[in-house]
Ligand binder design. Structure first.
Ligand code: HEM
Ligand code: NAG
Ligand code: NAG
Ligand code: NAG
Ligand code: NAG
Length: 481
């Protein structure tokens, strides 16, 4: 019996053993059969990919959980992957994740249609409406958090503060809740969402322990219930986009049960990044006095010119210092993977003239966090927060960065790129700007410990968009008088 099993295992190992063929990138299978490098990858993907980069260079193929993934780290060559939607498919891997994380299958879905629809709702005249609804909600939530005549300091972790406020703002703005009675209190949705968010990476990797699996299922169920009325009818109190999305799904024959799951996925896509991004930005400002002074100065010039309470939403306002400070925070803490599945064999032409063959069925993965974002050849002292890194000396936006003497198209990529880039970028930037503006102009906000440092990064979240801290940064705040 034992011999048969051993023989089968050995046979399996030999049969699934793959070697590097001519013209293919360096292959690193790892020691463990099938799993390969999956454990190291999941624990700290950035550290692992850096180690592989030292060993193999800017392109290599690794095995992780039965799949072969070619990692490409030369930003000059990114367009050969981003722009080839014939050989490299975006939706297949997205569907795998959708099923693992959200238990969701949309067999007749037309992603291009959904995307075009979303673009319509998040740009142009609709963006102006969104801006002002968002701003109103944010103001109301801030006031509820702290009455204007309060005199005592309130202490809180900055991550908790930013994430909860912005989640609730975004939830009210896009998913409604004012009209549908059950989810009137966005705090309840936030509490459930946080539990879900904590299990997200394990759901994606399929590494939940059995107890966590039960928790994940019950949290999901609770969120589906809470989101059930969102966008269901035209007057459900949510943004018209959500109702249009529901109608699109209905038109594709999706039942209501499945729609709820899709709505939870949209909650994640639209609310998962803004709060963490605002945390990192405010945290870097508070721990870099010079940066804080510069951003404050820019904001105070705006508030002197304007009379309304939320001047940034009245009309387009240019804030180059803030924009650079945000870009820099995102450079340090936005770490999405850009993943594609190879659907037909492809020769990848690198910018340096090298060519590599990609095998059908493999995946290709770009990790812009390592390069360009943390690449010392592109960004001097990449670990350091420099609020004016994206400004020229004359105060204009800096767009020229170089690697190997050649100007880069991609020098930071927090929003992804190409047709699959973030649809909500403008809205996200405006939300973060509004939040930081309100907090800095209407409140006194300071570190509890003036010498506090930024918390460490939670290494298990590399690859999933905005990073999150390990622990929090205690701050205190009160209204200005
Ligand atoms: C700081 C905040 C945000 C960051 C850093 C961010 C980043 C990203 C990234 C990296 C992607 C994936 C691109 C790719 O796969 O190549 C993405 C996709 C997406 N984002 Fe954002 N995002 C943010 C906020 C938002 C907001 C506020 C919304 C909506 C209102 C939004 C809506 C979306 C949607 C719908 C997609 C999927 C696009 C598709 O189907 O291909 N995002 N975002
Ligand atoms: C919500 O509650 C109010 C009264 O509290 C009621 O008038 C309204 O019809 C309810 N709306 C829904 C969607 O249940
Ligand atoms: C509110 O919740 C109750 C029970 O939790 C449910 O029966 C009812 O359908 C919900 N109403 C709405 C508008 O979601
Ligand atoms: C790091 O993130 C993971 C996944 O979200 C979470 O389970 C874990 O508790 C976090 N660790 C710390 C120390 O915050
Ligand atoms: C809404 O916010 C975006 C992002 O900051 C900004 O570019 C746009 O001008 C704003 N729209 C209006 C009408 O204020």
């Amino acid at each position: 019996m034992i011999w048969t099993v051993l023989l089968l295992v050995l046979l399996y190992v030999i049969l699934t053993r793959r070697s590097r063929s001519k013209g293919e990138p360096p292959l690193d299978r790892g020691l463990i059969p099938w799993l390969g490098h999956a454990l190291e990858f999941g624990k700290d993907a950035s550290k692992f990919i850096n180690r592989m980069k030292m060993k193999h260079g800017n392109i290599f193929t690794v095995r992780a959980a039965g799949r072969y993934v070619t990692v490409l780290l030369d930003p000059h060559s990114y367009d050969t992957v981003i722009e080839d939607s014939d050989s490299l498919d975006f939706t297949r891997y997205a569907q795998v994740l959708m099923e693992r994380i959200f238990n969701l299958q949309l067999p007749h879905h037309q992603p291009a249609k959904a995307k075009a629809m979303m673009k319509r709702h998040f740009h142009g005249i609709n963006l102006a409406t969104l801006n002002s609804t968002m701003s109103r909600n944010l103001q109301a939530l801030l006031k509820a958090e702290m009455t204007p005549n309060q005199k005592d300091w309130k202490e809180e972790g900055l991550f908790d503060l930013s994430y909860s406020l912005l989640f609730k703002t975004g939830y009210l703005t896009l998913f409604g809740g004012e009209q549908n009675n059950n989810s009137t209190d966005p705090s309840i949705v936030y509490e459930e969402y946080k539990k879900f968010d904590g299990l997200l990476t394990k759901l994606a990797r399929g590494t939940l322990k059995s107890e966590e699996k039960r928790t994940a299922q019950s949290v999901q169920k609770r969120l589906w219930e809470l989101l059930a009325p969102a966008g269901l009818t035209e007057d459900s109190g949510s943004n018209p986009w959500l109702h249009a999305y529901r109608r699109l799904l209905q038109g594709e024959g999706t039942d209501e049960e499945t729609q709820k799951k899709a709505v939870l996925m949209q909650l994640w896509a639209t609310q998962g990044n803004v709060g963490p991004a605002s945390f990192w930005l405010l945290g870097y400002l508070l721990t870099n006095p010079e940066a804080l002074i510069a951003v404050r100065r820019e904001f105070s010039q705006i508030s002197q010119m304007e009379t309304s309470e939320a001047p940034l939403t009245d009309r387009p306002t240019s804030t180059p210092v803030f924009d650079s400070a945000l870009e820099e925070a995102l450079r340090l803490t936005a770490a999405p993977f850009i993943t594609r599945e190879v659907v037909q064999e492809k020769t990848l032409h690198m910018a340096d003239g090298q060519q590599y063959r990609l095998r059908k069925g493999d995946r290709v993965c770009l990790f812009p966090f390592i390069s360009p974002q943390m690449d010392p050849e592109i960004h001097h002292e990449p670990q350091k927060y420099k609020y004016n890194r994206f400004l020229n000396e004359d105060g204009s936006v800096k767009r020229d960065f170089y690697k190997g003497g050649k100007r880069l198209k991609y020098y930071t990529m927090p929003w992804g790129a190409g047709t699959n880039g973030c649809v909500g970028k403008q809205f996200a930037i405006n939300t973060i700007r509004q939040f930081v503006y309100m907090v800095l102009t209407n409140y006194e906000l300071e570190l509890c410990d003036p010498n506090a440092q930024m918390p460490e990064i939670n290494a298990s979240r590399y690859g999933f968009g905005m990073l999150q801290p390990e622990g929090d940064l205690p701050v205190r705040y009160k209204p200005k008088h």
